[in-house]
Design a protein around this ligand. Structure first.
Ligand SMILES: CC(C)(COP(=O)(O)OP(=O)(O)OC[C@H]1O[C@@H](n2cnc3c(N)ncnc32)[C@H](O)[C@@H]1OP(=O)(O)O)[C@@H](O)C(=O)NCCC(=O)NCCS
Length: 415
């Protein structure tokens, strides 16, 4: 069975997280991803947050599976020539340096097109064109400037960033979509094109329901927010704690053992269709005939009481027991799963979403495999490459250098 992107070659100039997540997905789909790294240094994440001395960090190994690593400095004379040849031989180039870095290496878009008119050139930047176009951006900067932080957190407390890497990985996934569209378009046009994704834009796209709410505010209070009807709304979308944000109210409630286990909680949704079953199971069959409780409209002003009653019941059971009771009743709920629980979750191991990989220097480690499942193109996860592990191989087979030329490039510090 062939891989979906077999035959597609990616010139991977990415570093840190946003770009590497994009090229890692392309590699899982079967593209040949050649990661270019600075000689002797490599992607800065190789050395960041190390858990084992002198061994590539988990930060690096979990973002660079299935890739080949080539050390190359395009700013040297020999490196410049090798880089130009790689541009000629690849289908897609992906980068996420600060604005202008690839131009300063001597490869503006016009030159790349001249070398290879079929090249798709994909970039992540912090911001799109405008006043902040030249700013450097990391994950939390994007979360703050894309609308996530202002709408996340407890009511009337400080803005909050989320642990989900929506700025970096979120943008990387958006970039994948752009690259695949450009590859498909190239089939018709015969030409490559630029694909650009700004982290601010990607975060805002992920926060689009909050921009929806901003416009609804002009027409009255947001009735699904906990501020309704007893609190105040300002002129911008407020933080809403753990409210569901959808059409059915939801909240996080305590489960048995919450006093000692920080993850002994469950998210409960009071979906209209399954509310009768939920009311019965928590011992509130009385609500079903009572007009003060038996419609969503009646419950909205006292959702705090609804969830307090639900919590009285959930506090008597552990979170997985609650799942077992409520799922057959079609009551939507979700236990708060810790990373420890997810790492050990058998069903995630079975689907290849959590994978154990062997690395020559660090030994076995866990990573998250491809969350996008293709029926005819399953992904296998291979360990990340050592720095420069594939330099000679790529220079010989793709660039066409011989041993002497490779030695000369090495002497120049080009590789
Ligand atoms: C992430 C970011 C803030 C990191 O900033 P940084 O560590 O200062 O790195 P920069 O991107 O500015 O620059 C890298 C430098 O290394 C150089 N470099 C990179 N690879 C090289 C190589 N193989 N050989 C020689 N030089 C290399 C670049 O040419 C550049 O030098 P220059 O500024 O003198 O032209 C920045 O890259 C950025 O804003 N990227 C876009 C947004 C983004 O993706 N952010 C999320 C990252 S997870």
């Amino acid at each position: 069975m062939g891989k979906a992107l077999e035959g597609i070659r990616i010139l991977d100039m990415t570093h840190v997280q946003s770009g590497p997540t994009c090229t890692q997905i392309l590699a899982w789909f079967g593209a040949d991803v050649i990661k270019i790294e600075r000689p002797g240094v490599g992607d800065p994440t190789r050395g960041q947050l190390r858990d084992i001395p002198d061994v590539d960090s988990l930060y690096f190994t979990m973002l660079n599976a299935n890739k080949r690593s080539v050390t190359l400095n395009p700013k040297t004379e020999a490196g410049n020539k090798i880089f130009a040849k790689l541009i000629a031989e690849c289908d897609v180039m992906v980068e996420n340096f600060a604005p202008g870095a690839i131009d300063r290496m001597g490869f503006p878009w016009e030159k790349i097109q001249e070398i290879n008119p079929r090249m798709i050139y994909a970039s992540v930047k912090g911001f799109g064109p405008g006043p902040y176009a030249n700013c450097k951006v990391y994950e939390n900067v994007a979360q703050c400037t894309g609308g996530a932080a202002s709408t996340t957190g407890e009511i009337d407390r400080v803005p909050m960033v989320t642990g989900a890497q929506i700025g970096d990985t979120g943008t990387g996934i958006h970039l994948v979509a752009g690259i695949l569209a450009a590859l498909l378009h190239r089939e018709k046009s015969g030409r490559g094109q630029r694909v650009e994704c700004a982290m601010q834009d990607a975060v805002l796209n992920l926060c689009r329901v909050k921009l929806r709410d901003q416009q609804r505010l002009a027409h009255g209070p947001l009735t699904e927010y906990p501020q309704y009807p007893n609190g105040e709304f300002g002129d911008a979308v407020p933080r809403a704690g753990n409210a569901s944000g959808g059409g059915h109210p939801g909240w996080i409630v305590k489960c048995k053992g919450w006093e000692t286990d920080p993850d002994s909680y469950i998210y409960m949704i009071t979906q209209v269709a399954s509310f009768p079953a939920l009311a019965k199971v928590i011992g509130h069959e009385d609500w079903l005939d009572d007009p003060d409780w038996n419609t969503p409209e009646a419950r909205v002003p006292k959702l705090d009481l609804v969830f307090a009653e639900i919590e009285k019941w959930t506090m008597t059971k552990d979170k997985m027991e609650i799942m077992d009771i409520l799922n057959p009743l079609s009551v939507p709920c979700g236990p708060i799963l810790s990373m420890k629980e997810l790492a050990n979750e058998e069903s995630l191991r079975q689907t290849g979403t959590v994978v154990e990989v062997d690395h020559p220097e660090r030994g076995k480690y866990l990573t998250v495999g491809n969350p996008i499942k293709l029926s005819d193109s399953p992904s296998d996860v291979q360990r990340s490459p050592l720095l420069g592990e594939h330099t000679e191989e790529v220079l010989k087979t793709i660039v066409g250098l011989d041993d002497k030329e490779i030695a000369a490039a090495r002497q120049q510090g080009a590789i």
